[in-house]
Design a protein around this ligand. Structure first.
Ligand SMILES: *Cc1c(COP(=O)(O)O)cnc(C)c1O
Length: 387
């Protein structure tokens, strides 16, 4: 195929050439002085991006590893963790907790909005013996395109007078949807490289506040590779307790420099604007977003119901074959019913225009019932919101 592939799944996302070039630098000694400086720069950059005054621990891992790291450093065998089922990823996290031997208590959700803080506070109020060690919430549920209001979840925990820690998955929100570890009152922030951070897969992290750093001292879950304590000790001299992913850290340093150049407020505004333009297209097509709560729409992706009786997977396959564009699939209970448009990371107006053009042409190609004019509606939104 000629031209460029459109990678419009909600992660992995398009990696800027600058980041790819940084990754292509020769690998260096991970115990040498240059590496210690690299460690210092990326850790302070990550603390700034998370707005976390505590520590950040980086792992050579996918996001799933960072989920596990957050749990094994803060819990003891037999503890209960309270999860809110916002969608597929929240469900996977609860299954991971269960397989670690934790009691995962899951509040069911509609998969069409973010977490409901009231139901979290109701469960916590009933937990008079404080068996619930942590509340686990996915900030941006990538299977549905719904955002949970983390500050409201924090307020719900406090209103219940409960000591549970707040563990937040920001895997597909950090750098795309407004987030602040300190201001939102998170105890552990969980993330990884391949979504809004504009890197390939393979780096994950925990940002850890003071209360979680205290909890690790009494948490008895078996841990070794994921242990915050051993990473912290090694990080003090700029090293890691094992061989870190040196070249991905070169990439992270470059990605953080890009964040600084554009500036986080501008980046977040760009994501919100592209998300609003995408919703304008969906509405004009006469289709429906999975998110049905106007206050919870995601800035990083839009999940769209495919017309009833037609296959979303056949549509995605046709779009890939004909237009060389990858769209996200529907996950678990949304399989074949939904497609997802990623509009996060290294992205601009014309990339969005191309993406939505591919969707609209694909809808026509598959003879899926819809109205034309979605692209025009999105362009109209982009035009009127130019600054
Ligand atoms: C992608 C994603 C994950 C899983 O991350 P992996 O890197 O695939 O392990 C978890 N949570 C959310 C919200 C995600 O978007």
């Amino acid at each position: 195929m000629t031209g460029r592939h459109f990678l419009q799944i909600p992660g992995p996302t398009n990696v800027p050439v600058r980041v790819l070039q940084a990754i292509a630098n020769p690998t260096i000694d991970h115990r040498g002085p240059d590496f210690a400086e690299l460690t210092r720069v990326v850790l302070s950059g990550m603390k700034k991006l998370c707005d976390c005054s505590g520590d950040v621990y980086l792992y050579p891992a996918s996001g799933t590893g960072a989920w596990e790291a957050a749990l094994v450093n803060t819990t003891s065998p037999g503890d209960t963790v309270l999860m809110y089922e916002t969608g597929h990823f929240a469900k996977l996290w609860s299954e991971l907790a269960q397989s670690l031997g934790l009691e995962a208590r899951v509040i069911p959700g509609s998969w069409r909005s973010g977490a409901n803080p009231d139901s979290i506070s109701d469960v916590l109020k009933q937990d008079i013996h404080h068996r619930i060690r942590a509340v686990c919430v996915v900030h941006n549920e990538t299977s549905t395109g719904c955002v949970s209001q983390i500050d409201e979840v924090r307020a719900a925990i406090d209103a219940a007078g409960h000591p549970a820690l707040l563990l937040v998955d920001t895997i597909s929100s950090l750098g795309s949807v407004p987030y602040s570890h300190d201001r939102f009152g998170a105890d552990v922030t969980i993330g990884c490289s391949q979504k809004g951070l504009m890197l390939p897969p393979g780096l994950a992290f925990n940002a850890v506040g003071a209360k979680a750093k205290t909890a690790v001292k009494t948490a008895r879950m078996a841990r070794s590779y994921w242990s915050w304590t051993s990473i912290e000790a090694a990080n003090r001299s700029g090293a890691f307790p094992y061989t870190p992913s040196t070249n991905l850290l070169f990439g992270l340093r470059e990605a953080l420099a890009i964040f600084d150049e554009e500036g986080l407020p501008a980046i977040l505004a760009r994501h919100a604007r592209h998300a609003a333009a995408t919703r304008a297209a969906v509405e004009a097509w006469g289709l429906e977003t999975v998110c049905n709560n106007a206050a919870h729409h995601s800035s990083s992706l839009t999940a769209v119901y495919f017309p009833e009786g037609h296959s979303a997977d056949a549509f995605r396959a046709a779009v890939l074959k004909t237009f060389n564009m990858s769209l996200g699939n529907g996950l678990s209970r949304l399989a074949d019913r939904v497609f997802r448009i990623g509009h996060l990371g290294d992205f601009n107006d014309l990339m969005l225009a191309g993406t939505l053009s591919g969707v609209e042409m694909g809808l026509a190609l598959c003879q899926a019932p819809h109205r034309a004019g979605g692209v025009q509606a999105a362009l109209g939104h982009l035009q009127k919101s130019l600054n």
